[in-house]
Write a protein that binds this ligand. Sequence first.
Ligand SMILES: C[S@@+](CC[C@H](N)C(=O)[O-])C[C@H]1O[C@@H](n2cnc3c(N)ncnc32)[C@H](O)[C@@H]1O
Length: 351
Amino acid sequence: MHIPVLLKETIEALDVQPGGRYIDCTVGSGGHAAAVLEQSSPGGQLLGIDIDPKTIEIARARLEAYGESVLLINENFANLQDICIKYDFFPVHGILFDLGLSSLQLNNDERGFSFQYDAPLDMRFNPSQEVTAANIINTSSESELANLIGTYGEDRHSRQIAHYIVQQRPIKTTLHLAHTIEQAIRGRRDRIHPATRTFQALRIAVNHELEYLEGALRQAISLLGIGGRLVVISYHSLEDRIVKQFMRREAKDCICPPSTPTCICGHKSSLSLISNKVITPSPAEIQFNPRSRSAKLRAAEHIITRNEQLFYHDIAEGLCFPAGVEAKGWRRPALVEKLRRTFEALQSSSF
Ligand SMILES: C[S@@+](CC[C@H](N)C(=O)[O-])C[C@H]1O[C@@H](n2cnc3c(N)ncnc32)[C@H](O)[C@@H]1O
């Protein structure tokens, strides 16, 4: 089984409430999703997305007991907005991304994610996608491979590894690749297996992980109701950097370079950081689940922007919400109170 990472911290960061609606963009085998459904009961709803059709079937079996409260979709979270529009699932109270791959995928001896098993170099989350890790390894030029391993694997031996790989081609299996990398950096000591970083780089490249993440975070904001929470768990520094920079930028009113004398960007903050500090697993969790050791959780709350203030101003006169929104269970006393204060401040402000 895959053990969900930072489970308690995730539920707290999402501020899961009974009757709330949540999206798990990486539902995996449904560990976090089950906890969200439990906590949001009665009346909670969850939309679970996963790009891997085998994984979604595992989640379906696990979450069957929640009946119509859960909707599972085999899709790429890069299409988050379209999915939510298609299934009329917005605005929502919380959106979760638990990035990377699950233990079920890593420990599958046929999918090629791990060098613990001899398997074809595949690494696709989505088996209907054409490009596999073997395609990248056997068709890229030496400099392309070196760049890929250096950038996505952050491996300082990237040039030597790429050189050896090109000499050993064709390379079709995980063990052949792992042995090639061992030979390439023979004698150099590291605390992790020498193939770890190259395998990470290949997985990121095959599945376009970083590109999809950036786009999906942007879409997530537009789907969150006011006060809704965005929670992201990442497992390596490249992902975490994207999440950190995204949240910090969206929490600022101006993103002009510091040298600009007056603001020309017109950017308005749409998020407020729940905490400036990243949340990491406790020593006890790492001992129980060593795969959690690199996890970093970041969370932010969707705040009302000036444009939204203008939009909501009319409908908020008399503090009534649009009927559709209320009918979907969006109304929460704390949020209503928050809106009331915002509008009162608005009416007394110069704008
Ligand atoms: C760490 S696992 C999630 C585990 C899950 N939270 C649980 O408790 O079981 C990450 C999942 O994200 C999925 N995934 C990765 N990239 C995706 C994408 N672009 N769109 C949708 N799902 C994706 C993977 O297939 C994998 O199942």
